[in-house]
Design a protein around this ligand. Structure first.
Ligand SMILES: C[S@@+](CC[C@H](N)C(=O)[O-])C[C@H]1O[C@@H](n2cnc3c(N)ncnc32)[C@H](O)[C@@H]1O
Length: 222
């Protein structure tokens, strides 16, 4: 698919913005620091990493969160691959991903592996330290049809007011159904509707300090 399909623009600071949803793909302040605060620490990572650890993500976008997790996995040095399954309806082009990820030089070697594979049309990437599958399609359909389970979820749709499809209760129930016992989910959002959907899906929900200008974020335990 092309950038027209994803509907992409850029801020003056080089952050990709969805014109379809009128929202940036990650924090305008520091997307990598946000990924580490919200999605890694929110899920108790890297502390919970163990061999065979599995992550699920709603909204692959530029791949930044996945690269942040892969970097942390490499630093934890547990051996074997981190297993990641990410769900994305409007995949970006390799060029757009590369431009967005260039803002994070410390991820450069990992970003290059990702974008090289992506450019070749691969949506499953297997290296000795990462097994990534990006499932293309509307997550409201694809998560339910998937037969995997994960230990931690990165819930990273656009703002719930603009992208309510990715936060609805039925989808959060599918997220819960695909979470291993004791698993967790984290999101930058502390919106009441998101907290209610996660609670109705069976998670116990906790509010934590958010990243940057966001006062709060949400962590959920199954
Ligand atoms: C905030 S961005 C994700 C950013 C990404 N995690 C990153 O690291 O760059 C939200 C993503 O959700 C995707 N999305 C929105 N609605 C969706 C749906 N119904 N199913 C699957 N993906 C969806 C968008 O295309 C976008 O890539």
């Amino acid at each position: 698919m092309t950038d027209q399909t994803a509907g992409l623009g850029w801020t003056a600071g080089g952050v990709p913005v969805s014109t379809r949803f009128d929202d940036p793909y990650f924090s305008l302040e520091d997307g990598l620091a946000e990924a580490r605060h919200v999605f890694l620490r929110g899920n108790g990572l890297p502390g919970r990493f163990r061999p065979g650890f599995r992550i699920g993500e709603l909204g692959f976008g530029t791949g930044l969160n996945v690269l942040a997790a892969w970097r942390a996995w490499l630093d934890a040095d547990l051996g074997g691959p981190l297993e990641v399954t990410s769900f994305e309806a409007w995949p970006l082009t390799a060029d757009a991903m590369e431009t967005a990820l260039a803002a994070f030089p410390e991820l450069a070697p990992l970003a290059s592996e990702l974008t090289t594979a992506w450019r070749a049309g691969r949506r499953m990437i297997e290296t000795p330290t990462l097994r990534l599958t990006v499932i293309v399609g509307d997550a409201r359909r694809t998560v339910g049809a998937w037969d995997g389970q994960v230990d931690a979820w990165f819930l990273d749709g656009f703002a719930p007011a603009r992208n309510p499809e990715l936060w609805e209760t039925a989808l959060m129930r599918e997220v819960a159904r695909h979470t291993a016992p004791g698993g967790t989910a984290a999101t930058y959002s502390a919106a009441g509707a998101v907290r209610r959907a996660l609670t109705e899906a069976g998670f116990s929900v906790e509010r934590r300090a958010g990243f940057g200008r966001k006062r709060h974020m949400t962590v959920a335990h199954l």
